[in-house]
Design a protein around this ligand. Sequence first.
Ligand SMILES: Cc1cc2nc3c(=O)[nH]c(=O)nc-3n(C[C@H](O)[C@H](O)[C@H](O)COP(=O)(O)O)c2cc1C
Length: 219
Amino acid sequence: MDILEAIEQRHSVRQYSDREIEGDVAAKLEAEIAECNRLGGLHMQLKLNEPKAMDCLLARGSFKNAVNYVALVAPKDGFDEAVGWYGERIALYAKTLGLGSCWVAGSYKKIPEALDIADGEKIYMIITIGYGLNDGKQHKSKAAEAVSNISPDSPEWFRRGVEAALLAPTAINQQKFKFELTPDGVKAKAGLGPFSKTDLGIVKYHFAVAAGEENFKFI
Ligand SMILES: Cc1cc2nc3c(=O)[nH]c(=O)nc-3n(C[C@H](O)[C@H](O)[C@H](O)COP(=O)(O)O)c2cc1C
């Protein structure tokens, strides 16, 4: 499976089997996280077999065996969008390795002893990962016209990008983002809503992969 196929097939997975993430799969995930940290100036961390973060009342109803996660740690200010972009890069990569995932901003507990948070950093949220007991299901989606200025004359790459953005996870499936094709490039804007700046990073990553970064630039 490549990243484009991962975009098409990914849904939030909240129930996992007790199969451990280990060996080559764990090593590949660690390498991808290290590369994203290097590129984005982030401090994301893979936590394996750490059951406490998701052992809270809010999570209990919908999550099962959520003992592995990527802790999205980054400098305190101004990294919401980068956390979205690189976190989703990791979630999609995990999908190509056969792993399910779910972004969690609300229903987790911060476990200080499990985390390495330097001065000036904070944990933004986590992404649970693991071998899924199911593949999740397709979310309801807005139309391309509702989230962009797409028209019958738009280039094919713009349509591909907007459609891939609509397949992305957003907090409470709010899809409050807008892509605007202009003569100078693509403007992507976050709407108002919880975690909408992180959503913006996530949907921009989907857009960029599907549209092809050689075809456009974000302005
Ligand atoms: C920033 C963000 C935060 C989220 N927080 C939670 C959460 O706290 N609990 C949860 O169960 N799902 C959470 N989700 C998952 C969304 O509910 C889910 O992505 C959305 O409903 C779309 O469904 P899909 O991921 O299956 O496509 C979050 C997603 C994002 C992008």
